[in-house]
Design a protein around this ligand. Sequence first.
Ligand code: SF4
Length: 335
Amino acid sequence: MIDIRALERWYQAHHRDLPFRQTKDPYHIWVSEIMLQQTQVETVLPFFERFIKTYPDIKTLAEADAESLQRHVEGLGYYRRFRLMQEAAKIILVDHDGVFPDDHDKVLALPGIGRYTAGAIMSIAFGKPYSAVDGNVIRVLSRVLLDEQDMRNSANVKRLDAINQTFIEKADPAIYTQALMELGALVCRPRQPRCDICPLQKNCLAYQAGRQETLPYLSKKEPQTVHACITLVLTHPKGYVLRKRSEELLKGMYEWPQFEAESIHTVLDHLEQLDIQIEIVGEPRRYRHVFTHRIWEMTVYQARLISGMHPEWQVIDADEFNDIPMAVAHRKIKK
Ligand code: SF4
């Protein structure tokens, strides 16, 4: 059992003064929660401020140009979340007159909003008791309750979510949700939790058993797949030759022409069959970019387009280069 009052008191006294904590605006809470998925608070802060300045409400987000939206979040990764967010904004504009719905089922029905995000928005923005269980909360609860089940298994997370629901119903929902997240971020950290200053120490079963650092139990992840790529930093008299990605990973972002291949000769043969001629300039460089499930091992060649054009390529003017959304893995290899 959690000492809810002690947790709430601790939060009031110790929470960080983050910009999205100074508001109850559901749009702001929504933006912050989407940005914070898989991303550290420190990384999110400048993006959050800029995003809210550029897209101050649901209408501006819904009507934003998709490419400039992507440019605004370039560097945060997991871009699909922002595409879904814009889809959701369009739905809110049409179906809810541009007003963020305060009904849990309606929020949950929006693209890109799962149980966690819906619970966070409902509790923080509207003060309604809906559980929100993210990685930080899983860590705190599995330790306090000494729950040794595998938290990579969604059935176990769902069970923890149901327990958390019984707790939030006895609490101030907005404070409780943020307090658990904040405790997980600042005190009940993955390594070396600060049990000495923790408001939940008295009832924490993992602390009593000396098992804090072994929880939560997470079974081994699938290994990342390694992809050998030949990447061409390709120039043209009128600018740079780039391709807009259509794959789910980094969809809509621009990239240098890239081929899954071990050797430049395979790529040159392939291009020749398409009547495309390029000239390689200088020695290749090697870069590695790690995504969640895959690694790109890139061998990067500087090259000039001599003749022909691939149907998926576009020539982008050098002046426009900094304004287009581009995969970070590829922006960094330009020079
Ligand atoms: S006592 Fe330690 S392990 Fe238990 S909730 Fe607090 S910080 Fe986490």
